[in-house]
Design a protein around this ligand. Sequence first.
Ligand code: ADP
Length: 462
Amino acid sequence: STDSLGVAPILTKLQKDCATPLPVLRHVADAMADDMRAGLAVDGGSDLKMILSYVDTLPTGNEKGLFYALDLGGTNFRVLRVQLGGKEERVVATEFEQVSIPPELMFATSEELFDFIASALGKFAQKEGGKFELQQGRAREIGFTFSFPVKQTSIRTGILIKWTKGFAVSGTAGKDVVACLNEAMERRGMDMQVSALVNDTVGTLAGARYWDDDAMVAVILGTGTNACYVERVDAIPKLTKRMSKSPITIVNTEWGAFSNGLPLTEFDREMDAESINPGEQIFEKTISGMYLGEIVRRVLVKMAKVGGLFGGSYVPEKLVTPFVLRTPDICAMQQDTSRDLEAVESVLYDVAGVKSDLSARKTVVDICDTIAKRGGRLAGAGIVGILQKMEEDSKGLIFGKRTVVAMDGGLYEHYPQYRGYLQEAVTELLGSEISKNVVIEHAKDGSGIGAALLAAANSKYE
Ligand code: ADP
């Protein structure tokens, strides 16, 4: 590394640009709360869509009977059944299966796709037995988690806006996806019907609430990110026609689109400009699993080019490919406690084909930490923004008693440093007293059972 600037000035600048001291966190939390209000006032009023979920009955624990869930959000879908035994017995039994969608169906017609899903669900239902028992005279009810953009108009209707994530199915856009599934099940003479259409964050909140009455917010930190929370109906100016008598409803924030006051770097700006959705989902691009590894990769390329990270101006060819360095890789490097940083060495060798010296490996770990720290702390500030908004509208509701924030998603689950930074920011923002009342906890796999619980809570037979 003779003619180069060295890595130090680049690392220092990165750390400065990514810094999230308390005033920055406070600004983000306040801006999140303001954007939430603007999005609740009028459709299109803010970066945050603040979508009404039409879920205004959360599980209580008293639900009884057999319910199904179907989770469609990618190239796999999951089917699940649960036998609920009420307050004492709770979950008597559950069973699930994962089915992969044949690639050709991603380019098929709507009928073909939904026929395939109905058929898999039908086969799964036929294997029902043992502790599972449907109440006499009832059809099997399904909670349908559908993780594509829909315009929901009731608890059981939602118009598909467009397919995403590689799906190019013809004839579904503009149609009610619940009707599509119900019709496919009717065509096969099945006695099953959808009782609740739910977003995955809403399912997570329902799953957490079933076990804990204090669950008020759910956050997903996986490939992408989103959050939902319990809102007062009278705090939603844009809600004109009331669908039920319930004083509360769940609002899906779509907070990945938040962008106000985030500390961004040249690497973030370049990644955004080259993305398929430039200018969109900026919060998601700063805090979620799809992007953290890619940001680190971009820093490494620059350090190799002008900082002599791998000697001279040598840039490993493999490292130039976008998204080759994944978030699980940077997570693995941060877990390395060996003196020679052997795990870092092997990730760099496997991913980038590069031999590194100890000082380069240390720099790489510092970069990973900088990006994970910013992401975790900003996610924490976002959570405080939601809590703050709720507390402002109902004094004492959140900070005056125990409140649970249910977390799910692979990033939160598997990245301990990220989790630690998130908690640290929440504690800094709320102070040690109030933060004792705010419990941020992992709701493992809440969303699967959550959808079935929402089918139960919104059953047609009650
Ligand atoms: P999805 O969000 O794709 O529906 P998950 O909630 O399981 O599914 O999240 C998967 C994401 O979690 C991955 O894309 C990755 O970004 C992140 N992730 C998975 N494993 C790890 C890990 N060991 N360390 C850090 N992040 C991880």
